[in-house]
Design a protein around this ligand. Sequence first.
Ligand SMILES: C[S@@+](CC[C@H](N)C(=O)[O-])C[C@H]1O[C@@H](n2cnc3c(N)ncnc32)[C@H](O)[C@@H]1O
Length: 250
Amino acid sequence: MTSAPTKAEVKQANRQLYDTAAEKYEDIDGRRSPELRAWLSRTLTDLRAQAPGPVLLDVGAGSGLICREARNIFEQRVALDISPRILAAHRDNFELGAAADVDALPIASGAADALVCFAVLHHLYDFQGLVREAARVLKPGGIFYSDHDMDSRFHARFAWPLAAYRRLRDAGSKYVGALPGLTRRVYELSEWQEDGVDADSLAKMLTEAGFTVRLTRHWYGLLPVTDALFGFRSFAPGLAPLARLWAVRN
Ligand SMILES: C[S@@+](CC[C@H](N)C(=O)[O-])C[C@H]1O[C@@H](n2cnc3c(N)ncnc32)[C@H](O)[C@@H]1O
């Protein structure tokens, strides 16, 4: 009998996958349409207008999508990621970068004005460390913003069509095929919460840690056809795949 994967194994799988993918990540990932980038730019402009100051932490920064879009919006952009190689390969996108785990950010308490996790939550084993660190590093009025992870309520409702869609899309083969030495097992471990993140629980944890939280669900940024059909409207739980959390530190 094999034992259940540990938190350390999930972290190690993420580090290995993104170290291996570092130089090729943007080509493999593909989420870089002009529309997505324009929407991100508008979102980051809102974030800067509401945050108390100019220090942005991009946690799970990868190749620096958020830092790059925030270039003329936040004066100081800090990229943090468990993979040192992906940061090194994209260091032009941020002022400061450090290999770091969400459970222990190398940032002084109260030093940050905004903390963004974009497409990161589903890679995490759990959210305890993330919530604790967000509450510690953000100053009062600072904002935690996370987006583009699948909500578990959508996954629960549409499990069958989603399974068919994923079989067709087969992102795992794309990664394993493009990255010599990467195994399917490592890819699957890195996608730890592939059945969706429990956004309601995360919202509750953030509230208990002293945040005022807004949780919404939307479709924006997945496919041109869903962008055209649904735009950036909010949907009832279970009717849109993407969970968006906007939480202000009290
Ligand atoms: C899907 S990528 C998203 C990258 C970027 N935010 C974007 O949207 O292009 C997920 C990122 O989370 C990072 N990551 C996974 N687990 C982490 C952890 N425990 N601490 C810090 N970063 C982590 C991975 O290394 C990877 O770069």
